[in-house]
Write a protein that binds this ligand. Structure first.
Ligand code: SIN
Length: 284
């Protein structure tokens, strides 16, 4: 992979993935050459962080569109006039936040998003970091026999666990400022437990504590034990990178190779962000 960046600055983060990108102002017109380096950095580092990006909604959308088609969230209300933008908001009295446990975004879809781009416009004085765990590293660290066991197995992903009538958000409505769209549809699909990134060819674990109900075609108790093992394994500190936000930090994550966890450790404070999500392809 090309690692010779001429137009942008790269400062790797601590951990298995992630880099801060300097020398870029996303409010300015971006040349194809600069975009090509940012795209390269995204594939190489998976988590890319831009500081001091006081951009407007349209620029946020325009930047996302350079990576692919933008996606409209099936359950979270969009920002008025911008169907592709959602607000991630925790007010001081809210008790839960968005994305407060390790997960990939929206894997109940047949074609889950390839990436998300989040800009925080208000940050708590302390806390509110996001942890990103590298699922390539988690896969690489498995034993050969576990890799063999997982080969060909698929997980059942469903939106019901979070957004269904008895799901987490429906049952905690009074604890969050997130506004849900009335959508009764249950999205349900299966994906391989190990997926290959179509752009890099790398293999990573593709499980999801938020949406996976079971492993297909194995006895339920066995599947639950395997999932529990994998969830504990994926959450290990050595696979993680931490992003500490400031106002107008933008972070883009590869939703095929990194799970993330927005840490809810700033009770009584305000945190607010604007997110877009880029369409992906069917995992294999
Ligand atoms: C999310 O998109 O799941 C939340 C990320 C964050 O707020 O840091």
């Amino acid at each position: 992979m090309k690692t010779n960046y001429k137009l942008i600055q790269i400062k790797p983060l601590i951990g298995p993935h992630g880099a801060e990108i300097g020398e870029v102002n996303l409010q300015d017109e971006m040349s194809d050459a600069t975009f090509a380096e940012i795209h390269q950095a995204f594939l190489q580092y998976k988590i890319i962080v831009f500081r001091n990006q006081d951009i407007d909604y349209q620029k946020h959308i325009d930047f996302g569109k350079r990576f692919g088609k933008l996606f409209v969230h099936p359950f979270v209300a969009p920002i008025q006039k911008y169907p592709e933008l959602i607000r991630l908001l925790k007010k001081p009295n809210d008790l839960i936040n968005n994305g407060g446990a390790l997960h990939f975004d929206l894997t109940f879809l047949e074609e889950p998003p390839k990436a998300s781009i989040l800009r925080l416009i208000d940050v708590p004085e302390t806390g509110g970091d996001t942890i990103f765990n590298c699922m390539y590293s988690a896969y690489d660290a498995l034993s050969a026999s576990m890799k063999k066991y997982l080969e060909g197995l698929r997980g059942l992903h469903t939106s019901a666990q979070l957004f269904g009538p008895t799901g987490f958000y429906r049952n905690n409505k009074s604890k969050t400022s997130m506004i849900q769209i009335p959508n009764k549809k249950e999205y349900i699909t299966t994906h391989p437990l190990v997926r290959t990134n179509p752009e890099t060819g790398r293999k990573g674990l593709f499980i999801n504590p938020m949406y996976v109900e079971k492993i297909m075609d194995v006895p339920i108790r066995e599947g639950n034990h395997i999932l529990e093992f994998l969830y504990n394994h994926c959450a290990k500190a050595e696979f993680s990178t931490r992003v500490s936000w400031k106002k107008d930090t933008i972070t883009m994550w590869d939703n095929r190779s990194a799970m993330h966890h927005a840490i809810n450790d700033y009770q009584g404070q305000h945190r607010e962000g604007i997110r877009i999500t880029i369409e992906g392809t069917r995992p294999y």
